[in-house]
Design a protein around this ligand. Structure first.
Ligand code: SF4
Length: 163
């Protein structure tokens, strides 16, 4: 897997203070995509074992308390990314048990294949669907267009307002 950017401290992508990883690789080709440079699966930097270890270390860093990990892109559920993302979310669950995981994908939840669904089983909140320029609404929280849906998989929406 390759990634575009990693922010060890981020307060923009999801609730609270977070670690955020923007992976490379996206096949959705949404009109009006904010970041076409993420489309190529080999763009950006290689996501190495050292980077994976760094994410875990940052999540557990007690000097700056992080609420969780945000996975975006590109698309974390692009077929070339699924195995690495699966490993990462399993490690977060095992080694950072008090952290949440949010994931943005252009695929819709109802149409995920088995491998993609296996990732989602470890995720707390999924924002799904392609970006649709005709439904763009800058007032929306955590999503760019009104067709995209925030799925709170483990806790009700009200639990996330305490950030
Ligand atoms: S899913 Fe996101 S990164 Fe992929 S084309 Fe659409 S807007 Fe761009």
């Amino acid at each position: 897997m390759h990634y575009q950017k990693y922010y060890p401290v981020d307060v923009v992508n999801g609730p609270g203070t977070r670690c955020t990883l923007f992976v490379s690789g996206c096949e959705h080709q949404c009109k009006g995509c904010y970041n076409q440079s993420t489309w190529r699966t080999d763009s950006g930097h290689l996501f190495t074992q050292a980077m994976e270890d760094q994410v875990i270390k940052d999540l557990n860093d007690s000097r700056i308390k992080r609420r969780g990990l945000s996975l975006s892109g590109g698309d974390p559920l692009h077929p070339v990314n699924v195995a690495a993302i699966q490993r990462l979310v399993e490690r977060v669950r095992r080694e950072c048990p008090d952290k949440d995981i949010w994931l943005w994908t252009g695929y819709t939840l109802a149409k995920l294949n088995d491998a993609q669904q296996a990732v989602i089983r470890h995720v707390d909140v999924v924002i799904d669907g392609k970006f649709e320029q005709e439904h763009y609404d800058p007032s929306l929280l955590w999503r760019g267009s009104a067709n995209q849906v925030i799925h709170y998989l483990n806790e009700p929406e009200s639990a996330w307002s305490k950030s």
